[in-house]
Design a protein around this ligand. Structure first.
Ligand code: SAM
Length: 339
């Protein structure tokens, strides 16, 4: 290796490690609500520390480090103020990312990631290796962590739901069934945009019991049937189906079982839209590949897939992949048709 390029390459590796530390700082600043405390006017680290019951010199160093990444800004008079990036950490701001940050960097995530080398060695999920139980089991036993998880998922789902309705035309559909639709964020967003459309929200009974939690369900409630069940057994009949962030939770074998159940309910020619990350070929930057690591760390058998892998499981489940539509977020719409 030439000595001329070595310092640049070394710096790139070090920068990657340092960015991981910035993520920790982002989490800490979000946890103490500094962006909300700065909403009305800039403040010194001492004022912020008093308001948040924290240690002023450490608050100063935390915010100064974040300001070097454009998250908060240190003013000439030594006070800190919000920037467009830190504004997104406010609890009530438009497009708030607060719950995403608190979820994506919560201990249940970061501690599980420390077991990644053991996962690479054994193929077992890091989460299970760290906590001695599966993610879903752990969330059930620890409702306070479950609440952080649900709030984070709700926030992410809202972001993706908007991207999906802006990228796909649902106008020709009569009734659409959202399979594994959670608390109805995607379906609610689609129905809100298409007043003639009717919906069926299908998920596990204990999940659909809390339909509407975390979003405004009332405007679409009358056009939507809510059905509890098990997608390994049967799903309701509809004119079209959507399934968001469901198949990535499952191994290929289980994903095909779910697709076969949808196939049983659907009629030939009907559409099934999967909303998932699509892993890109090549070596370019790709969120999908990092999200795939998330699945490897957190779940037992879950994975992100390439277009070819989607085509294969869809085909095995009785569907033909028609096209992949990018949504401008890291989720794409994989449009398929029942054979
Ligand atoms: C990752 S979440 C995605 C939720 C929603 N589609 C979204 O994107 O926000 C996966 C969903 O699958 C549901 N699910 C898991 N197993 C199921 C089953 N056997 N039958 C029906 N739904 C199931 C879960 O309850 C959960 O709501």
């Amino acid at each position: 290796m030439s000595s001329a390029i070595q310092p640049t390459l070394t710096k790139r590796l070090l920068d990657t490690l340092l960015e991981a530390r910035v993520a920790h700082a982002l989490y800490a600043a979000t946890k103490f609500g500094f962006a909300d405390l700065l909403a009305s006017e800039p403040k010194t680290s001492t004022e912020l520390a008093q308001l948040s019951n924290t240690h002023a010199p450490s608050v100063f160093r935390l915010l100064r480090a974040l300001a070097s990444s454009g998250i908060f800004v240190e003013l000439d008079d030594g006070r800190f103020a919000n920037t467009p990036l830190s504004e997104l950490l406010r609890a009530d701001g438009p497009g708030s990312m607060r719950n995403n940050v608190l979820f994506l960097h919560h201990d249940i995530m970061t501690l599980a990631w420390t077991k990644l080398p053991a996962t690479v060695e054994t193929g077992k999920p890091s989460f299970d290796l760290y906590y001695g139980e599966e993610l879903w089991q752990h969330l059930m036993k620890n409702p306070e962590v479950g609440a952080v998880f649900n709030a984070g998922m709700t926030s992410l789902s809202t972001m993706y739901a908007n991207a999906v309705v802006n990228a796909y035309d649902f106008a020709d559909i009569g009734t659409i069934c959202d399979v594994g639709g959670g608390r109805g964020i995607l379906l609610g967003t689609i129905l809100a945009k298409y007043p003639q459309l009717r919906g069926i929200l299908f998920d596990q009974p204990q999940v659909v019991d809390s339909v509407g939690e975390g979003h405004d369900w009332a405007p679409v409630k009358d056009r939507c049937q809510v059905v509890g069940g098990n997608f390994f057994e049967s799903v309701p009949q509809a004119d079209a189906y959507v399934m968001k962030s469901v198949l990535h939770d499952w191994s290929d074998e289980d994903a095909v079982r779910i697709l076969k159940t949808v196939h049983q309910a659907a009629k030939p020619g009907q559409k099934l839209l999967l909303v998932e990350s699509v892993v890109e070929p090549g070596n370019g930057p790709d969120d999908g590949k990092v999200l795939d690591l998330f699945m490897m760390v957190m779940t037992n058998g879950g994975r992100e897939r390439t277009e070819k892998e989607f085509a294969t499981i869809l085909n095995a489940g009785g569907f033909e992949l028609l096209r992949v539509i990018r949504t401008g977020s890291n989720k794409s719409i994989i449009e398929s048709r029942r054979r």
